[in-house]
Design a protein around this ligand. Structure first.
Ligand code: ADP
Ligand code: ADP
Ligand code: ZN
Ligand code: ZN
Length: 953
């Protein structure tokens, strides 16, 4: 790894270039002054809610954006919102800012790894300039020749070769074609070749009208010898003219048998000489699926089409149509039926009966016993009877409300385009090759294999020269993707299927590849999703970006990244109003020597997360077993998860953890327990489901889509708070019930904003902007409702409290206090009760879901699946999160956590380690057992990093 440049000591820092922030009061920041060294690698850390993002994003990035917009001309500015200056006295020395974030929402649904990294732009250039086109129908090479080149080729034929020049006039067309022969005669030619046979015009047999014929005019007959050049040139010119760019040279080598004629076809157009399919000149846009010149016309370049999917519609093939096999058409059945709990909706019986008649089947056999033909008719119908798929398509198209349409959405899926099979390009573009591969074959390779392809690529002459520049750009970007540990991603992988961490690292590679200088890059936890083994590669990539001459500002909790930076800023000491100050700053060593900093104490090892006193024993009879999983890279994996314990799933990025646990196990379980749901990845068996009652996946997807949902409404504590207000004397006098205090009910809320507290402004070119509602000034309720007070606070004042304050405020209401305490336990005490859920980060949303779960009366037989719950968490938050997780397991539940955080891994009862590599090199289970046993495996990557943490004093 590269060495860090020396850091100036405080004494002479006045001389060092720095970003100087004075008097900053953004969000919870307490009027802070801070100098951030420029052109260095800086890490901002601190507990969740301490103000890291407020400093990095809401102050520095926001100011950078504002300065950028100020620098644009007035014309451009009129389309952009007037961005507010962050609340600070001054911000000096800031460079242009670029944020490299994790949000998939900011990615275009058409984006792929290749387009995000601009590799695709250079690939398009490469294919347009040095690609060889082939006919998409007959696969013959397509080339364009200058008449001069054709002439030279003909003159190179051996002396004495007999030659006929033919101008193609009719190619495989039905008819008698009398007018064609007439025009040949008028042109002054005396012979024609008809269906391969040369005739004098008068001797041509009558053509059968219903058959297809091919007719060429014989323009000239010659023998190759000295001095024919002028005549040949003139005849060739005439042939190409009449043949509209095509000429056929029918020739017979001297001395060969009289019937040994063969054809050479020449074209001055970019066209297939055989099929006549003509190509436009290849340009970079020919290969763009975002352009009408390149996109597959059938799917407009999406590569797929959204449509109903029979498997999603009827996941349980043991049901009959009458018993409601088709999920959206089923209704619950009245009791005492035949034991089945569903029946088909009455209104859908008629079309189904019509289909059953057409397909000769009945409605009361299980779907799985229908013959393939009958099944085909059920879904696709016949010429006269519409099938279920088109009936649903019509239902979907004519849905009256969004809710009706949303209800059908889960049964639709992306079906690959029948024309391009997902390649997204028009047929011409799909058949151009470089180094014998088409562009879609190249982009379907993972990063490491495409590097190999390009380094093995042999081009000659001009092509080599032309390709040099695009190849250089492509190779450097591939190298950066490799550096950030993404070798296993294919270039055509859709950006919206990447995890947040993967997407951020793709963007980081793009930043590295763009070679900009003098930029302040801001990143948020780039280590997410990365195995400790690959941390050093990430650090080296960040270091590269800095050494290109940029400031790299990283919000991070990962110890290795903290230790590797030049300058560490520790925010805190607590969250929300207990934070907002700079607790310590300086080189990592200086911070770790600072006893006032919690981060410093963890770095120094004086504070740490304790190992669990003992590990829970695993009962080999109480396991959930999944067999034969083959989704994505999984190599027919069998896995057993012990129940009633905390299991941690580990392994390098791309090894198959999400494919196995989220895409296969979770979906298979949801289907078994609820009957419907998205299609699980392929597997052959699932056993032990009877041992659990419930399955809950707690992920980072946002909660609530409107500003009306808040942490308090989500976990249900707001219902209890409303009851408190309804019980006040004043409320009872006025007859206000608990619903009066809901912003989902018209009577009590502000009518202007319908209880949102905000109004949405639609912005040209920019995401919608929310501004405070002018009528209630953000309070969400109307005047009468706000007049009701409990302990001197209105319902709106209560929503302004943060959760820590709420615990004290409601101490006399144990139910409320307990629910709030749970949020505080997972490190969310700093959130305000009324903060809109749309402003929460993925990690915060995940922990709120966890709390909502804790609040339910647990069955003790629930299986939880969490994906990197430590996202956004500082050492000290991780400690508290672990306590909450252990509590759930102690109550008898099962927890599976996908994690890279070593403190979580060391606290697990059981570890399932996947690998050994990402992508094709992974997809196997390397280890399953107790942490101590994993640490004892010398060759295991996870074990190596885990071992030092398992030393018990
Ligand atoms: P960190 O990045 O350290 O987790 P943040 O900077 O996101 O912390 O938050 C610091 C404080 O500012 C918290 O109390 C948080 O609730 C508050 N805060 C964050 N975003 C907003 C916002 N958009 N409006 C009001 N308060 C906010
Ligand atoms: P992990 O969770 O361990 O990081 P994943 O299960 O996400 O690993 O990935 C395993 C392999 O499957 C990788 O090669 C990855 O590129 C591939 N993969 C994952 N999701 C998709 C997808 N939606 N489309 C195509 N390939 C995928
Ligand atoms: Zn062809
Ligand atoms: Zn298509």
């Amino acid at each position: 790894m590269s060495t860090a440049p020396a850091v100036q000591s405080n004494a002479d820092s006045a001389a060092a270039p720095a970003i100087r922030v004075r008097g900053c009061r953004v969000h919870n920041l307490r009027n802070i002054d801070i100098d951030i060294p420029r052109d260095q690698m800086v890490v901002i850390t601190g507990p969740s809610g301490s103000g890291k993002s407020s400093l990095a994003y809401d102050t520095l990035f926001a100011e950078g954006q504002r300065q950028y917009i100020e620098s644009l001309g007035t014309y451009a500015r009129q389309f952009l919102a007037q961005l507010e200056r962050p609340d600070a006295e001054s911000i000096d020395g800031l460079q242009p800012t670029i944020s490299i974030d994790q949000r998939a929402g900011t990615a275009n649904p058409r984006s792929t790894v290749a387009t995000v990294t601009e590799i695709y732009d250079y690939l398009r250039l490469l294919f347009a300039r040095v690609g060889d086109a082939y006919c998409y129908q007959c696969n013959r090479p397509i080339s364009q020749q200058h008449p001069e080149q054709i002439l030279e080729a003909l003159l190179r034929l051996p002396e004495g070769t007999r030659l006929m020049l033919l101008a193609p006039l009719v190619r495989g067309r039905k008819g008698e074609h009398a007018e064609v022969f007439e025009s040949i005669r008028k042109l002054g030619f005396v012979r024609a070749r008809v269906n391969g046979q040369v005739y004098e015009l008068d001797a041509v047999p009558a053509l059968v009208r219903q058959k297809k014929h091919t007719i060429e005019a014989v323009v000239d007959r010659l023998i190759v010898r000295e001095g024919i050049r002028p005549r040949l040139a003139e005849s060739l010119h005439s042939t190409l003219h009449h043949g509209e760019g095509l000429a056929i040279a029918m020739h017979q080598p001297a001395g060969s048998a009289p019937e040994a004629w063969s054809d050479i076809v020449f074209s001055t157009e970019y066209a297939c000489p055989e099929c006549g399919i003509s190509y436009e000149e290849l340009e970079p846009r020919t290969f763009s699926f975002n352009s009408p010149y390149g996109a597959c016309p059938a799917c407009s370049g999406l590569g797929h089409r959204r449509a109903f999917d029979d498997e999603l519609l009827a996941p349980d093939a043991s049901l009959t149509l009458a018993d409601g096999a088709i999920v959206p058409w089923r209704v619950a059945k009245a009791k005492n039926g035949n034991g089945r709990s569903f029946t088909c909706r009455a209104s859908r019986l008629k079309p189904l009966t019509a289909l059953a008649e057409a397909g000769n089947f009945t409605l009361d056999v299980p779907l799985e016993s229908l013959k393939p033909k009958a099944r085909g008719i059920l879904w696709n119908g016949t010429d006269t009877v519409p099938g279920v798929l088109s009936l649903l398509e019509a239902e979907y198209a004519t849905a009256k409300t969004d809710a009706d349409r949303d209800a059908l959405e889960p049964f639709r899926d992306d079906i690959p385009c029948a024309e391009c099979h997902g390649a997204r390009l028009r047929p011409e573009a799909r058949s151009v090759r470089v180094g014998d591969r088409t562009i879609q074959q190249v982009t379907s390779l993972p990063v490491d294999q495409s590097s190999q392809f390009f380094s093995a690529l042999q081009l000659t002459g001009d092509k080599q020269l032309i390709a040099a520049a695009p190849l250089r750009e492509i190779n450097s970007r591939l190298r950066f993707l490799h550096h950030v540990g993404l070798d296993y991603l294919t270039l055509d992988r859709a950006a919206d299927t990447l995890s947040g961490g993967e997407l951020q690292r793709v963007r980081l590679a793009t930043g590295l590849g763009s070679a900009l200088v003098g930029i302040c890059y801001i990143l948020d936890e780039p280590s997410i999703g990365l195995h400790p083994r690959d941390n050093q590669r990430l650090i080296a990539a960040l270091r590269d970006l800095q050494q290109q001459g940029n400031t790299v500002l990283v919000v991070e909790h990962d110890e290795a990244v903290m230790r590797a930076c030049d300058w560490l800023v520790d925010m805190g000491p607590g969250a929300g109003k207990h934070g907002g100050t700079v607790v310590a700053e300086g080189p990592p060593d200086a911070v770790s020597a600072n006893d006032a900093s919690i981060t410093g104490r963890y770095l120094a090892g004086t504070t740490q997360i304790d190992l669990p006193a003992e590990r829970r024993p695993v009962n080999p009879k109480r396991v959930l077993t999944l067999e034969g999983a083959t989704c994505h890279n999984l190599k027919s994996v069998d896995v057993s998860v012990p129940l009633g314990v905390l299991t941690c799933v580990t392994g390098v990025s791309g090894s198959g953890k999400s494919s196995l646990f989220e895409e296969t196990l979770a979906r298979a379980l949801a289907r078994k327990l609820n009957g419907t749901g998205p299609r699980p990845g392929a597997h052959t068996g699932l056993r032990g489901v009877n041992l659990i009652d419930r399955f809950v996946q707690i992920d980072q997807t946002p909660i609530g889509r409107t500003p009306r949902s808040t942490p308090a409404t989500y976990i249900g504590v707001f219902d209890e708070i409303r009851k408190v207000f309804a019980q006040t004397r004043e409320a009872r006098l006025r007859g206000f019930t608990a619903s009066r205090f809901s912003f989902n009910v018209a009577e009590g809320r502000c009518s202007e904003c319908q209880g949102q507290g905000q109004q949405r402004l639609e912005m040209n070119f920019l995401p919608d902007l929310y501004v405070e509602c002018p009528a209630c000034r953000g309070k969400r309720f109307n005047r009468q409702t706000l007049e009701i007070k409990y302990k001197d606070k209105s319902i709106a004042d209560v929503l302004d409290l943060d959760i820590d304050e709420g615990i004290v405020f409601f101490e006399n209401f144990p139910v409320i206090a307990r629910m709030l305490a749970c949020l505080a336990d997972v490190g969310l005490g700093y959130l305000s009760l009324g903060q809109s859920c749309i402003t929460l980060s993925g990690g915060e949303a995940q922990r709120i879901k966890l709390c909502a779960e804790l609040g339910r009366s647990a069955t003790g037989n629930t299986l939880y699946l969490l994906d990197e719950p430590t996202t956004g968490l500082h050492f000290d938050d991780v400690r508290r999160l672990l306590e909450v997780m252990q509590r759930l397991v102690t109550a008898g539940n099962t927890m599976i956590v996908i994690e890279h955080n070593l403190d979580v891994i060391k606290s697990a009862d059981w570890i399932i380690d996947m690998g050994p590599e990402g992508g094709a090199g992974g997809g196997q289970i390397l280890f399953a057992g107790m942490p101590e046993a994993l640490a004892a495996e010398p060759s295991n990557n996870t074990g190596k990093f885990l071992a030092p943490l398992l030393q018990r004093p």
